[in-house]
Design a protein around this ligand. Structure first.
Ligand SMILES: [Zn+2]
Length: 153
């Protein structure tokens, strides 16, 4: 990935400081950076790496929200847990249940916060939105002429 050096170190350093996210700057300013990204293999590879990192962060935090909710749902139904807590740890059933539920609730809250932070701090929404728009355009181009003429312009 870092085998070929950056073709313009100044632009490369600016892009690196933004984590290769140019979605926040005006379209006129963006042109130079977009051109650099098409010319420079190194920065293009870094851009791809950072965006996939962002997407995996979003996926991980979303999974974390899901599993915390799942843990909460499981706690409502599992009785053997009470047995383990009572006999093995000698804990009070109600206390253990409350402890586990609060842990699960805290998990839901923290992972939701992490999820929102990732969404606001990274360009993932616009990145995924861009991909979706591109796909929609491709599908539209493939539509038969008869269907295309039905669509309002
Ligand atoms: Zn570069």
């Amino acid at each position: 990935m870092a085998s070929s050096p950056c073709t313009d170190r100044v632009v490369g350093a600016i892009l690196a400081s933004w984590r290769y996210d140019i979605s926040g700057i005006s379209p006129e300013m963006r042109q130079d950076y977009e051109q650099h990204l098409t010319e420079c293999n190194r920065c293009r590879a870094r851009l791809k790496f950072h965006r996939s990192l962002d997407v995996s962060l979003v996926a991980l935090t979303a999974l974390s929200v899901f599993f915390s909710l799942f843990a909460l749902a499981v706690l409502r139904h599992i009785k053997p847990l009470e047995h383990v807590a009572f006999n093995v740890f000698g804990l009070d059933i109600i206390d253990t249940y409350h402890m586990l539920v609060s842990a699960a609730v805290a998990g839901v809250v923290f992972s939701l916060i992490a999820f929102v932070l990732v969404l606001t701090a990274t360009p993932v929404p616009s990145y995924l939105g861009g991909i979706a728009a591109e796909r929609a355009k491709m599908i539209e181009e493939r539509l038969p002429a008869a269907i295309k003429s039905l669509r309002p312009r």
